[in-house]
Design a protein around this ligand. Sequence first.
Ligand code: ZN
Length: 287
Amino acid sequence: MPELPEVESLAAFLREHAVGHAVARADAASFSVLKTFDPLLTALAGQVITEVGRHGKFLDLSTDQGLHLITHLARAGWLRWRDDLPTAAPKPGKSPLAFRLRLDDGSGFDLTEQGTKKRLAVYLVRDPAEVPGVATLGPDPLAPDFTLDTLSGLLAGRRTQVKGVLRDQSIIAGIGNAYSDEVLHVAKMSPFKIAASLTPEDTAVLFDAIKTTLGEAVKRSAGLAAADLKGEKKSGLRVHARAGQECPACGDTIREVSFADSALQYCPTCQTGGKPLADRRLSRLLK
Ligand SMILES: [Zn+2]
């Protein structure tokens, strides 16, 4: 799933390639992708893209007439830039194509989604706050006003695991399953640590880990074409999706805890005092 660094890079790419161009046409290629009905997609035709922004993991293209085309790529969605898009409307069908935006010079992008669970979402609104997931977002961790005090305030009193706090979009915007694993590995912190139990020193370490991990991922992706971002994310990860491989910091074997529809990865030596965490799914099966 694209998280803050990838969406930030997609926004930067689109700022360079789409801003200043008028929309030729916008088409939903699947019935479920468009979550709004007013204004109509056809209203976009002729409007000039003036800015491309990001809210957490949401991408926001704004136009000269005050509309915002906002998209959330979900778990299996992606944006593919094309210099020469077909002029005809895409046909709804079984292809992974979910949405297409064509600009006045024939370039534009496809939003695609692999797999059978279709969660990619597109919204056309007059105000980004009309998108429910945007309205409830917590602060952006890369914003200059996201300080150590901000993080302390967000963690205080929360009797939940720090992994869950980092992933909760209404607490902190933009960090998902992959970068929460990465941040916790850099901070040498157990994903199961209770947020409220962090000492001021722990919080300072976590704060630095958030800023450096996300900042470096954005830097690594900067200037890459949209097509190359996925590979860059994968090759830059230290523990996420690397169960069974060596920890790049200490050489221990990276382990995994599985949940119903996700899994987290961590290094026991770096993060949990050498002790493997209980994999609840496995222990349930063994009972
Ligand atoms: Zn390690």
